[in-house]
Design a protein around this ligand. Structure first.
Ligand code: HEC
Ligand code: HEC
Length: 367
């Protein structure tokens, strides 16, 4: 009897896994998106994808080379070296400027705190016209995502910026107003000149994107472990990493950002597991109005996840333990033992990197 049950369960898990892969292949074809196809074939190419070059870092070059050529499901974060400092500086100033919003009170930084984790501690963000409906995403390591926003509705960072600029519950502004404001400011004209740019919607977006791309959190203990330092994480985290793979979390949470690429159903194991307490946010459906896109969300990046609570698109829980249990239940149909949860948590904690060094540099420069 027990064996029968176990067999049935394994069959469900396997069929779901196959379904999941086919489903994503189908999605990729239909949406003309290629990233998930690549991920399907087991190797993520986010580094060439985002940096457009295969430049190797100076340190750890050997172990890095072996990692990029291998099919490693998770790859370490490398420094963003291509950025032009003058453009990044301009983006940094724009990012923190509240005058870009309609009431002059909200900047990108209001919801993406550069002093902490690039996100904010509220469940859902509050902008110019009050409360929004989604939890703020961190801008740290965004260069390594393939798709943006909780529902993965845009594919480039450039396009992503239109969202907050126009959104009435974020900055409630327009590009024309922002370009006029910037053009009327001597401080900005000097910053643009220094970066060899003239103010326009395009160059403003470009500067903000370059700034955000430079926000990488390096040297997470897990990255050091990947690069060959076997003492960089403790035994519990090593067990957690193994479980993360054997349970199947890795099927969705992979690549440099341990997520940030695929768009998947939240509540894979039926409506019940999504629970009555789930928000009525329909995810990708809101953008496409297609029945099959209901409750599809981008697989969250787990980089720095231990310091970016609350969790999920609606910030439904502030507890990482709880988030892990919810995932196991809703995405894999499994109930985890407390020890297993603790191990996975230790692994997730080892994904916390250092605050982006560029922020320190820009601040020092200003002082
Ligand atoms: C009122 C709060 C608020 C403001 C202001 C705001 N954001 Fe956001 N940001 C959010 C929320 C909430 C999300 C998630 C929205 C969603 O997925 O629908 C988000 C998502 C993002 C993402 C996507 C990250 C990812 O991994 O997909 C980026 C990048 C981003 N914001 C950058 C910016 C920039 C640049 C500005 C300023 C021009 C800005 N934000 C202003 C709240 C805000
Ligand atoms: C079928 C794909 C899939 C699998 C398998 C999966 N996840 Fe997720 N995960 C997601 C999606 C999609 C989200 C975003 C959900 C949302 O919209 O709130 C997410 C979000 C999370 C979050 C919240 C991150 C945040 O910043 O809010 C954590 C933590 C997490 N997953 C951990 C895990 C763990 C641990 C496992 C294995 C037990 C796992 N996931 C398995 C797809 C998956």
């Amino acid at each position: 009897m027990r064996n029968k049950k176990l067999f049935a369960f394994c069959a469900i898990v396997m069929l779901s896994a196959i379904g999941l892969l086919l489903f994503d292949g189908y999605r990729s074809v239909n949406h003309g998106e290629t990233a998930s196809q690549d991920e399907l074939h087991g190797h993520s190419h986010d580094d060439d994808h985002n940096h457009g070059s295969d430049k190797e870092p100076h340190h750890n070059a050997l172990s890095y080379a072996s990692l990029v050529t291998s099919d490693a499901p998770i790859q370490p974060i490398l420094p963003y070296e291509e950025g032009d400092e003058d453009v990044i500086r301009l983006g940094w100033v724009l990012f923190r400027d509240t005058n870009l919003s309609s009431n002059n009170k909200v900047s990108c930084q209001s919801c993406h705190d550069l002093n902490t984790n690039g996100a904010e501690p509220l469940s859902v963000s509050i902008g110019v016209n009050g409360v929004g409906k989604r939890n703020s995403l961190t801008v740290f390591n965004v260069a390594h995502n393939y798709r943006f926003f909780w529902d993965g509705r845009v594919n480039t960072l450039q396009d992503q910026i239109d969202g907050p600029v126009h959104d009435p519950v974020e900055m409630d502004s327009s590009w024309q107003k922002i370009v006029d404001y910037v053009t009327a400011s001597n401080q900005y004209l000097a910053l643009f000149a220094r970066a060899d740019l003239t103010p326009s919607e395009e160059t403003i977006k470009h500067a903000m994107v370059e700034f955000m791309k430079s926000l990488t959190t390096m040297n997470a203990p897990f990255d050091q472990y990947l690069m060959g330092d076997s003492d960089a994480i403790n035994e519990s985290a090593v067990r957690g990493w193994q479980t993360f793979q054997s349970l199947g979390c890795i099927a969705c949470h992979r690549g440099t950002n341990v997520g940030g690429g695929l768009v998947m159903q939240f509540g894979y194991f039926g409506v019940d597991s999504r629970g009555a307490e789930r928000s009525n946010d329909l995810g990708r459906f809101n953008v496409t109005s297609k029945q099959e896109d209901k409750h599809l969300f981008r697989v969250a990046s787990l980089r720095n996840v231990a310091i970016t609570s609350p969790y999920f698109h609606d910030g439904m829980t502030g507890s990482l333990d709880e988030a892990i249990k919810i995932m196991a239940r809703s995405q894999l149909g499994k109930e985890l033992e407390p020890d297993t949860v603790a191990d996975i948590k230790a692994f997730l904690e080892s994904l916390t990197g250092e605050r982006p060094t560029i922020l320190e540099e820009l601040q020092n420069e200003q002082n």
